[in-house]
Design a protein around this ligand. Structure first.
Ligand SMILES: Nc1ncnc2c1ncn2[C@@H]1O[C@H](COP(=O)(O)OP(=O)(O)O)[C@@H](O)[C@H]1O
Ligand SMILES: [Mg+2]
Length: 277
């Protein structure tokens, strides 16, 4: 796949890769049931980069776990390339927020990145190639023999990203992956995500609570309401494909989009039935 000339999204022109229809999730843990997600319906076209924002506790992680086939929804369906997701599908990779816990401490960086490739039963030569390439892509060449605990938080998160891209997924799910890294690293990692997305043509669903990050990264921003959650707004980010931390963020259009997402989030926090102020 080569999407060097990635154009901003025009939904409907590319085939759907991920389809979420009427998704509902009720947790039945203790004495009371918690309806985390009420009714979510949206699609990601093949090769699209969509950001998902919403108030804390609105069900973003719940949604990603259902999409990844790690948890069964109470109602509704998830489809990946027209096939229902009932268990973790082979074409999907997830980068979680708690990268510290998602890496194996006793395995070197190389072994961490290679593990899913072994599960995919790729031959050794190809595995080595993919590990080398993906570590290079995240700027960790030379750290293959290090252990996660020897690296900073930002570097550990880059290992988790390398592991996800080495796997060459059709769909990449990222759950607030940069919440715990410093601002400079975060900016670098944001640019890395866009670079990888353009290079590999992978479909990306990126969850964040950061409005600027959502607008900077996405071709589209989905705003979720407060729990019980529905899709409150679906905003096309009509910024140029080539983005830059300085000029893009100063662009008047960026500021407008940011304001719109901000207003929707404020509305989401007040509850779905309130009009925008
Ligand atoms: N395992 C669980 N059991 C019961 N309630 C849960 C569980 N996981 C999450 N919740 C509840 O579901 C809602 C959504 O949580 P979550 O998906 O983590 O939101 P977000 O990622 O947007 O912060 C919250 O009210 C949370 O307390
Ligand atoms: Mg979460």
């Amino acid at each position: 796949m080569n999407h060097q000339n990635h154009q901003p999204n025009h939904q409907g022109e590319r085939p759907a890769m991920l389809k979420v229809t009427g998704l509902q999730k009720i947790y039945n843990g203790g004495a009371t049931a918690v309806e985390a997600v009420r009714d979510l319906t949206f699609e990601l076209a093949e090769g699209e980069l969509v950001c998902l924002v919403g108030p804390s506790g609105c069900g973003k992680t719940t949604l990603l776990k259902c999409i990844a086939g790690l948890m069964a929804p109470t109602g509704g369906t998830v489809e990946l390339a027209d096939r229902p997701v009932l268990a973790p599908p082979p074409g999907m990779a997830v980068v979680f927020q708690e990268y510290g816990r998602s890496l194996f401490a006793w395995m070197s960086v190389r072994d961490n990145v290679e593990l899913p490739l072994k599960e995919k039963k790729l031959p050794k030569a190809r595995r080595t190639e993919l590990v080398t390439e993906s570590l290079e892509a995240v700027g960790l060449t030379g750290f293959a023999d290090s252990y996660p605990w020897q690296l900073s938080g930002g570097m550990q998160q880059r290992v988790a990203i390398a592991r996800a891209i080495a796997y060459e997924p059709q769909v990449l799910l990222m759950d607030e992956p940069f919440a715990a890294v410093d601002a400079q690293t975060r900016a670098d990692l944001e640019d890395l995500v866009r670079e990888i997305w353009q290079r590999l043509g992978v479909t990306v669903l990126f969850v964040t609570h950061d409005i600027d990050e959502a607008v900077y990264l996405g071709e589209r921003v989905l705003v979720l309401s407060n729990s019980p959650t529905v899709v409150q707004d679906d905003i096309t980010v009509d910024l140029p494909v080539e983005r830059d931390q300085l000029t893009t963020r100063q662009d008047e259009r960026f500021t407008d989009l940011r304001a719109r997402v901000y207003a929707q989030i404020q509305r989401a926090k007040r509850g779905t039935d309130q009009p925008v102020a």
